[in-house]
Structures are given as structure tokens and as C-alpha cells.
Design a protein around this ligand. Structure first.
Ligand code: BG6
Length: 504
């Protein structure tokens, strides 16, 4: 359905003065408005402890200028959009704010002349998730099952028990199909394209299995450090912050069986099957198959940068990992024996989210050994960001006399193919919530399964302090032990070459 024909929507943002609202949510809603992807009738209600509507609107205008992919807002469009922004201030524990909200919603619906869908976006610390959910429930704001939806940002718990506890609080007021748990990676265009690539093409499916695939590498590296989030990061680390969610979700998209249809539960069933099939680790597997790292001082993009232990809010003797690399196996018919190598880290050589599917070598080499210095197995590279592309690496004959081989690329590049700027993950995710489609959101069983894999590693790493931290300089591809993890199997990471002209 075209979104403008959708019934009206009221988007309520709890934590309206926070960073996410400024950087992502309001710019995304404004871009949806510009693209005519919001329902014709909509309201955005910011809820926060202090503040007033005019100041909030002014801050949001500034935020769009700073963070929207389209740059500063057009004054005429902004005036139209700003009229739809409202604000309620008060403490989340105070039942009064839910009563005010209920009245505001009723007034808006009266003006719309019809009922709206109500989206409660919890952009607040996890410690107050339950307070707000229960406040909404007590005010009768969660009981219209097809129109009341709650959106939760990660971290969704910090272990299996706390995830269960949070879930049980939410389920007191909302049903599972009213809960939209965000993993923003699932909203990225290139991540969604993985489904199109795998299931809208006949070419790859026959070779997408253990008979043809040697191994898979998934890298999500960042060049930034922990920035101002040292306090949070100390309680998380790379496993909780990135592996439990984004990396395992990418693994699911690579590993899942073809769904029967695009129904939210069908797609999520197929993904959760992958999580269930990941081999469980005992303590000795963890020391063999999992590597941790923490960045020390180093040089990033030509500048000297601090080590993790010197960052604001970080313990100078911190044992928190800022890098993790894992070797996982998916024990099912399709993937038996194929290693999936996952790695993620802060302050690495460059920002890169990439999946590399490495195919088995050819069964027989008919060319003379001097035909190539760099003979490589075929590789399919899915670049998620910053470059948005799919590249197939294969061998070709060099022009000229004799038979010389060289690895060449066949490229599909998003911006060239579609001549359009990719939209932001939050635009997609907010639109999907308004449509009530949960395909791109995490179901509670997916969260559980992901925690079950990550927790044994978290437990071992927190109980045995890392004696070697910091063990990689900022601006590199992580600790040597990450290379050793693959070298032991006769493999190596495919690190992209630094861009031409860069100092890195
Ligand atoms: C978040 C993590 O979920 O993802 C951050 O909490 C991380 O630590 C971010 O920086 C990375 O997202 P992106 O979209 O920039 O790759």
C-alpha cells in the first residue's frame, strides 16, 4: 500500500532530547515526509523530562541540518513538517505524562477524524524500558493490538536472564507482535539486498552450500573509537555491542534456507533456524576459536589517537574487549564443516562492513604453475558499507601472448546501478513499523538464541582477564591472534587495500 494512503500515525518518541532522536529519528522522519512516505495525517510527539515544544522544534531543525543525508531543511517543507511536532515534558515514572499523552492522542484522532496507529519509540536507557511500557499499559495505551506498537532499541538485555526479564515486563502490556526490536543493520539497503541477491536469482542458490563454499568471512570494522560512550561500552564490549546482534544477523542472512514467502514470521523462522544450528562452545573451544582484543594508542587516518584505556569513562585497567573474532560452525546439511569467521572492532584500519564468500578451489589445475603468481579461488564480496557493492572475483586471461592468469572483478555498484542515494536504515525501519511489518525486526526467540551463543564467551572472557591488553594499535586490523585464528586453518582475512592517496 502507498504509505500516504495508510491510516494516520502518531509517533511518540520517549527520550526526545537524546542523541538518537537528533541524529537518526527526526532526520529519518523528515526524509520520509519529503519522499511522501509518511501517512497523510501524522503527528510526532516528543516526550522528555524537561523542555517545551518551540525549543524542541528548533533543536530538531538544527539536527536535520547536521545529520540528515540531504543536508539542511528547506524552509517551506520544514514549516509544514514542524506543525506536526508536539512535545510533552515530565518524568517517565509519573503516571501524569501517560494521561497527558492519552489526551493528546485522543485530540489528534478527533482532528484526523479516524483512529491512528500509535508507535511508542523507546529511545531511552534500558533501565527505564519497563517503567515506560508499564506506564503505557496502565494508561490503556497498549491495548489496541493492531494499532499500538512499541519499538525498543538495543541493548535488549545484557544476558539471557535480563533479556527474559525485560521481555516478561513488556509482555505484561504488549503482545509479541506489537513489539518491534530494532537491529538497525537489518534496515540497511545493502543488508536487505542480501535476500534479493540470494532468493531472487537462480544462479547462486545451487552453489550456496558446503559442496562449493570453502568458508565465509564477515567483517564489521569501525575506524572510530568509543567516542563519548566509554561508560556504556565498559558494560558492553564488542561481543554484546556488535556480535550478539549485527554480526549474527548478517550470518543468518548468509546462512538461512529459502523462505516460502516474505511473511515476517516465515523469514524470521528461517533466520532463527540458523542461530539454533550454530555449534555450542565449551571452554576449550572458546580459547581455540575466539579471539579478543583491545586497542592501544596508534595512528588513525594520519593522526595520533588514544588507546581505549585512556578514553573518557573507561577504567585505566579495563578488561573490556574492543575487538572480537570468532570461528563458528553452522551444524546443518547445508553448512556442515564450513567455517564462518566473524570479526568486529573499534579503531581498526578502516570502516568496513563486508561479507566474503570464498568458494572452494578448482578441483584440478590444468594451467602451468607459472601461469599465475596470484591464483585465487573465486570470491563473492558483499560490501555493505561504506561502499555499497557486490563484487565477484574470478580468474581471467591477461591480454597478450601465452596463458597468463590474473584475478579480475565483476562489479555491481548500488549508486551507479540505481543512480540514487541509498536511504538511511532508520527511514526503512520507521516506515516498516508504521506499516506494521515486523520482517526486519528481532523476535524474542532470535534474541534468546543469539544470547545463548554469546554468553559462554562473555563469561569466560570476563572471568579470565586478558593479560595482553591492549594488544592492537589503533588504526590496524586487530591483534595478531586474529590472523593466527585463520592461519591455523591455512586461510587469511581479506583486508581491503587502503584507498589510493590515503595515509592509512
Ligand atoms: C551500534 C553500536 O549498534 O552500531 C555502536 O552500539 C556502533 O558501537 C554502531 O558504532 C555501528 O553502526 P554503523 O551503522 O555505523 O555500522
Amino acid at each position: 500500500m502507498h504509505l500516504q494512503q495508510l491510516p494516520p500515525s502518531i509517533v511518540v518518541i520517549f527520550g526526545a532530547s537524546g542523541d538518537l532522536t537528533k541524529r537518526k529519528l527526526i532526520p529519518a522522519l523528515y526524509n520520509l515526509f519529503l519522499d511522501k512516505q509518511l501517512p497523510q495525517q501524522f503527528t510526532i510527539i516528543g516526550v522528555s523530562r524537561v523542555g517545551a515544544v518551540e525549543a524542541f522544534r528548533a533543536q530538531m531543525l538544527e539536527a536535520i541540518g547536521l545529520y540528515s543525508r540531504r543536508g539542511p531543511a528547506d524552509p517551506t517543507q520544514w514549516r509544514e513538517f514542524a506543525k506536526r511536532i508536539e512535545y510533552i515534558s515530565g518524568k517517565f515514572e509519573d503516571p501524569g505524562i501517560y494521561a497527558k499523552l492519552a489526551k493528546r492522542i485522543a485530540d489528534d484522532e478527533k482532528e484526523f477524524g479516524q483512529p491512528a496507529s500509535h508507535i511508542y519509540y523507546l529511545s531511552i536507557p534500558p533501565s527505564v524500558f519497563s517503567t515506560v511500557a508499564e506506564g503505557l499499559g496502565a494508561a490503556g495505551l497498549s491495548s489496541t493490538r493492531d494499532r499500538d506498537r512499541i519499538v525498543i532499541e538495543k541493548p535488549f538485555g545484557r544476558d539471557l536472564e535480563s533479556a527474559h526479564e525485560l521481555n516478561s515486563h513488556l509482555l505484561r502490556c504488549f503482545e509479541e507482535n506489537q513489539i518491534f526490536r530494532i537491529d538497525h543493520y537489518l534496515g540497511k539497503e545493502t543488508v536487505q539486498n542480501l535476500m534479493a541477491f540470494r532468493f531472487a536469482n537462480a544462479l547462486y542458490e545451487p552453489i550456496w552450500n558446503r559442496r562449493y563454499v570453502d568458508h565465509v568471512q564477515i567483517t564489521v570494522s569501525e575506524d572510530v573509537g568509543v567516542e563519548a560512550r566509554g561508560g556504556y561500552y565498559e558494560t558492553a564490549g564488542a561481543l554484546r555491542d556488535m556480535v550478539q546482534n549485527h554480526l549474527l544477523q548478517l550470518l543468518c542472512l548468509v546462512g538461512m534456507e529459502p523462505p516460502v514467502n516474505f511473511d515476517a514470521d516465515e523469514v524470521r523462522n528461517k533466520k532463527v533456524d540458523v542461530l539454533k544450528a550454530i555449534r555450542k562452545y565449551n571452554e576449550s573451544d572458546i580459547s581455540q576459536s575466539c579471539v579478543r582484543g583491545q586497542y592501544g594508542p596508534g595512528v588513525q587516518n594520519g593522526e595520533i589517537v588514544k588507546g581505549y584505556r585512556e578514553e573518557m569513562g573507561v577504567d585505566p585497567a579495563s578488561n573490556t574487549e574492543t575487538f572480537a573474532a570468532l570461528k563458528l560452525y553452522v551444524d546443518n546439511w547445508r553448512w556442515q564443516g564450513v567455517p564462518f569467521y566473524l570479526r568486529t572492532g573499534k579503531r581498526m584500519a578502516r570502516k568496513l562492513s563486508q561479507i566474503v564468500v570464498v568458494f572452494r578451489p578448482i578441483p584440478h589445475q590444468m594451467f602451468p604453475s607459472n601461469a599465475s603468481d596470484t591464483f585465487e579461488p573465486n570470491r563473492l564480496i558483499v560490501n555493505i558499507q561504506p561502499e555499497e557493492a557486490i563484487v565477484l572475483k574470478f580468474e581471467a586471461k591477461e591480454p597478450g601472448s601465452g596463458m597468463r592468469l590474473r584475478t579480475v572483478s565483476m562489479d555491481f555498484n548500488y549508486s551507479e546501478a540505481f543512480r540514487t542515494q541509498s536511504r538511511e536504515a532508520y527511514e526503512t525501519l520507521l516506515q516498516e513499523v508504521m506499516e506494521g511489518d515486523a520482517t526486519l525486526f528481532m523476535r524474542s526467540d532470535q534474541e534468546d538464541e543469539a544470547w545463548k551463543h554469546v554468553m559462554p564467551i562473555v563469561d569466560v572472557w570476563s572471568s579470565i582477564p586478558a593479560s595482553s591488553f591492549p594488544n592492537y594499535p589503533a588504526g590496524t586490523w586487530g591483534p595478531d591472534s586474529s590472523d593466527t585464528l585463520l592461519a591455523r586453518d591455512g586461510r587469511s582475512w581479506y583486508n581491503p587495500q587502503p584507498p589510493v592517496g590515503s595515509k592509512g
